[in-house]
Design a protein around this ligand. Structure first.
Ligand SMILES: Nc1ncnc2c1ncn2[C@@H]1O[C@H](COP(=O)(O)OP(=O)(O)OP(=O)(O)O)[C@@H](O)[C@H]1O
Length: 377
């Protein structure tokens, strides 16, 4: 009996994995198009479900979004498979590409009228930085659900999207209102019980994409000094990915408040993401920021039909990394289409499906962090 004549149900998983790789490599296959934009990091089949890990640039990740579902559907048609999920991670340069010169005195958004910077988040008690060494690992999704869950524990919570080159908060929170400005102070947008701010509320995304480093630092400083955060027990910051100047600036400016809170590092289980997570841990250690721990996102797949749990791509890597770095392991978030969909729909999964396994994982994460914060209030 040849490979092709084996009944689908008895196809060994490694043979199916080879078929997926062959399909992706075949120039006449529609799925092949995805490899023009992304690099194949791994293929794994477990209990009839295929997981394909790809990495790409952020720009290409956007081009891939429209073809993602079609490729998943095409792969799922292979014998022996009941479904397929593509997971995409992206690398972004820490330093932006050179941009056209800006007029002298130009500010990223002209709201402070050139006054000296106000005190940095004066009435915020603690700051939590949600960071990742690598883009696309689910840092923003984690930050949003963590903030919403912290608010549910009774803490007055804010959420700042510090990812100037790729703000995702407006989409993930379903907000498109432009913030008001009163007495040169920007009023945060209230959504789902938290106060939020993002560059995406203020300027067109493409405009921010070409900002030089100093303009990005200027915008971040304005977010900290010119937004009317009011009293907050905790401000969660969705950090830009990587370990560059923007991360260092934020860590320096927020020093004592960050020292009362700390950093949460998000990683996927793949080795490549873990190497970047390690860099993130050492950057915060150098800044003397407490590391609250590492979260493993897209840790395992839960079949939406039978709830069967499938472990992906060396699941457990982040736990081992946390042990190596002697920092706490904060838990595992499953890879679930519902998490992606709730992010796209603008209602965090902790609110749209509070009893789901994913929401419960975020709740446990928030409860652990809330315990630390409540000792500092
Ligand atoms: N656990 C998960 N299960 C399914 N999809 C997820 C999960 N976590 C994140 N995603 C999806 O992966 C994509 C990237 O997530 P997200 O924007 O949170 O990552 P990020 O690390 O903040 O990326 P970037 O650095 O590019 O801003 C989004 O479409 C999101 O909905």
């Amino acid at each position: 009996m040849t490979d092709d004549t084996l009944p689908s149900s008895s196809l060994p998983e490694n043979l199916t994995e080879k078929r997926i790789r062959d399909l992706l490599q075949r120039p006449d296959s529609p799925a092949h198009a995805i490899l023009s934009f992304a690099q194949l990091d791994g293929v794994s089949v477990q209990h009839g479900h295929a997981h394909i890990a790809l990495s790409t640039s952020r720009e290409n990740a956007e081009k891939l979004t429209p073809i993602r579902s079609a490729v998943e559907a095409e792969i799922a048609k292979l014998p022996g498979l009941t479904g397929a999920t593509l997971s995409l991670t992206s690398h972004r340069p820490n330093t932006p590409q050179p941009a056209p010169p800006q007029p002298a005195g130009h500010r990223p958004f002209n709201l402070g009228k050139g006054k000296p910077a106000h005190a940095i988040v004066p009435d915020v008690t603690t700051v939590i930085a949600v960071a990742s060494g690598k883009g696309g690992v689910g840092k923003s999704t984690t930050a949003v659900n963590l903030a919403v869950s912290l608010a549910k524990t009774g803490l007055k919570t804010g959420l700042l999207d510090a990812d100037i080159y790729g703000p995702s908060l407006p989409r993930m929170l379903g907000q498109s209102t432009r913030p008001e400005v009163k007495d040169s102070r920007i009023i945060p947008i209230e959504a789902w019980g938290i106060k939020t701010m993002s560059i995406g509320y203020l300027v067109d995304e493409k405009q921010a994409m070409i900002w030089r480093g100093p303009m990005v630092m200027g915008a971040l400083t304005q977010f900290l000094g010119e937004v009317e955060w009011g009293h907050l027990d905790v401000l969660v910051i969705d950090m830009p990915p990587g370990t560059g100047d923007a991360q260092l600036t934020l860590a320096q400016k927020l020093g004592p408040k960050l020292a009362k809170g700390g950093a949460v590092i998000v990683s996927t289980p793949q080795d490549i993401a873990l190497i970047d997570a390690r860099r993130g841990v050492s950057m915060f250690e150098r800044m003397e920021t407490p590391i609250l721990g590492i979260v493993e996102n897209m840790s395992y797949f839960c079949c939406p039909n039978c709830n069967h749990r499938t472990e992906l791509f060396g699941h457990g890597g982040a736990r081992a990394e946390a042990e190596n770095a002697s920092v706490p392991f904060l838990g595992e978030i499953p890879l679930l289409a519902a998490i992606r969909a709730s992010g796209d729909d603008g209602t965090p999964i902790t609110l749209s499906a509070p009893e789901s396994e994913a929401a419960l994982a975020y709740t446990r994460l928030a409860e652990t962090i809330a315990e630390t914060i409540k000792t500092k209030l």
